[in-house]
Design a protein around this ligand. Structure first.
Ligand SMILES: *Cc1c(COP(=O)(O)O)cnc(C)c1O
Length: 229
């Protein structure tokens, strides 16, 4: 507790350092603060350091924090968990972006419940583990093609959670692969607009992700501390 602003400074410094080394513009890398399992007070503390974009994994937790914090101008929510279709009603009116589209059914449910344009990322399961959600690389193009017919839910790019490893370098091949998949979608013009977003990298591997072209990094523990899960 009380370290949130210090932690933010450290993370932002690291993003700037890493971008500078690569000649990347640090303002093109969006930091999403993953606040799942943390309190609205924690989110508010982060907000007061200037953070505006937060990520939540559970519909009800998102709704509770949204209601407590909605007065805070400019606050924005990404949905980063596995979402059941029947929760689209709760989530769609609250968020600016869903990072975890993994079926056309979920995409259509979000479209139906959207009250304004919502950005969407497709979660890709490159690890191939049965337990993880996400679309298999071989099914990606079909889903992207189907999403072209939606009007309010606008696809912007791809997201990945690689299998956890203590060595952040182990994430690199997954990040590379995600970037290649995005490149293929664009070169084959599968979607109606160019796809630009790569959401990859968490507390332990976001610097590697930035090296591999991340435009969105999702950091929880390194900002808010360990979750009591
Ligand atoms: C929990 C979570 C994060 C944050 O993970 P940390 O290791 O705490 O930084 C990022 N992305 C997703 C999808 C998550 O579920």
């Amino acid at each position: 507790m009380g370290n949130i602003s210090e932690n933010f400074k450290k993370i932002r410094d690291k993003i700037e350092e890493r971008s500078a080394k690569l000649g990347r513009d640090p303002s093109k890398i969006k930091l999403v603060a993953i606040s799942k399992g943390k309190t609205a007070e924690d989110v508010l503390e982060a907000y007061e350091t200037g953070q505006r974009v937060f990520g939540e994994n559970y519909a009800q937790e998102l709704q509770e924090k949204y209601n407590l914090l909605r007065e805070n101008v400019g606050i924005e929510w990404h949905f980063t968990g596995h979402l059941q279709k029947n929760k689209a009603k709760v989530v769609a009116p609250i968020i600016s972006c869903i990072e975890t589209i993994d079926s056309i059914e979920l995409a259509k449910a979000m479209e139906k419940r959207a009250t304004k344009p919502i950005k969407a990322l497709i979660e890709v399961n490159i690890g191939g583990e049965g337990s993880k959600s996400g679309v298999k690389p071989e099914d990606l193009k079909i889903l992207v093609k189907k999403m072209t017919s939606l009007e309010k839910l606008r696809l912007k790019g791809l997201m990945i959670i690689p299998p956890y490893s203590d060595n952040p370098e182990d994430s690199r091949p997954y990040f590379k692969k995600l970037r290649e998949l995005l490149g293929e979608l664009n070169s084959e013009k599968i979607y109606t607009e160019k796809l630009t977003e790569l959401s990859m990298g968490m507390s332990h591997d976001f610097e590697i992700a930035i090296e591999e072209g991340a435009t969105i990094v999702r950091v929880g523990t390194a900002i808010f501390g360990e979750r009591g899960e």
